[in-house]
Design a protein around this ligand. Structure first.
Ligand code: C5P
Length: 233
């Protein structure tokens, strides 16, 4: 598994995303993340078109439903030929196993499957008061990551600061995909627990997910190259 920088293409239309991706035509094609906003507005055709342009794709739809429904939905997604997709670990090991079954193609190949542990927008107060989870955030993340590994998944989404915790509990080959990335000299926007690309590398992150530091930059290609330089080189 190769480490990489994934650009979160949080745009609402195909036109915007293609204008954006055209900025990278003279360099390595970025690995891109397609989230709910773009997928729900443009449908599966946006995945096929970005794939046709030669990009690897993380389809970030965070499935969470009964095992049978997730199995069947994953069967549809596997035919889209994405490289990575995800589910909520809160859906239980049974649901995650069903997701793997649905995702696995007749020839045995499948995209990487990772689990969301706790969303970074959920704090310990809300976990305790609204979700009745009394364990600490760290214990919860470590346990959800272990559940994902036992179900056969490839890794989890977590903050870069949790990447080493996940590696310690699940092993260094268990993939960590980490959003919340900001350059040292930039604003953190609405992200609370941010890390630079270099800090994410030091903490054992395998893939960083970078949105606004690239998409809202004056020169997106230069910002992407800066991520590559700090994280990969
Ligand atoms: O613009 P920014 O770099 O904050 O974008 C981060 C991306 O990662 C967004 O697409 C956001 O939805 C996603 N994400 C996140 N935190 C999580 C899971 C996903 O920021 N825990």
């Amino acid at each position: 598994m190769n480490k990489d920088v994934i650009i979160a293409c949080d745009f609402s239309s195909a036109a915007e995303v293609f204008d954006f991706l055209d900025l990278f035509s003279n360099m390595r094609k970025p690995f891109v993340k397609i989230g709910m906003e773009l997928f729900y507005s443009e449908g599966p055709s946006i995945v096929r078109e970005i794939k046709r342009r030669g990009h690897s794709i993380f389809l970030d739809l965070k499935l969470h439903d009964i095992p049978n429904t997730v199995r069947k939905a994953m069967r549809v997604l596997s035919s889209l030929d994405v490289d990575m997709c995800n589910v909520h670990a809160a859906g239980t090991k049974e649901m995650m196993k069903a997701a793997i079954e649905g995702l696995t193609r007749p020839d045995g190949s499948r995209p990487l499957l990772i689990a969301v542990t706790q969303l970074t927008s959920t704090g310990e107060d809300r976990m305790r008061e609204e979700l009745l989870i009394n364990a600490s955030m760290e214990e919860t993340i470590a346990r959800y990551a272990l559940n994902a590994r036992e179900a056969g998944l490839d890794g989890v989404v977590c903050s870069p600061r949790e990447a080493s915790l996940v590696k310690n509990s699940c092993g260094c080959d268990f993939i960590t995909v980490t959003p919340g990335i900001r350059f040292a000299d930039a604003a953190s926007d609405d992200q609370v627990r941010v890390s630079t690309p270099a800090m994410a590398r030091e903490n054992g992150s395998d893939f960083i997910v970078v949105g606004r530091p690239v998409t809202a930059a004056a020169d997106p290609a230069a910002s992407y190259q800066r991520c590559i330089n700090e994280f990969l080189i």
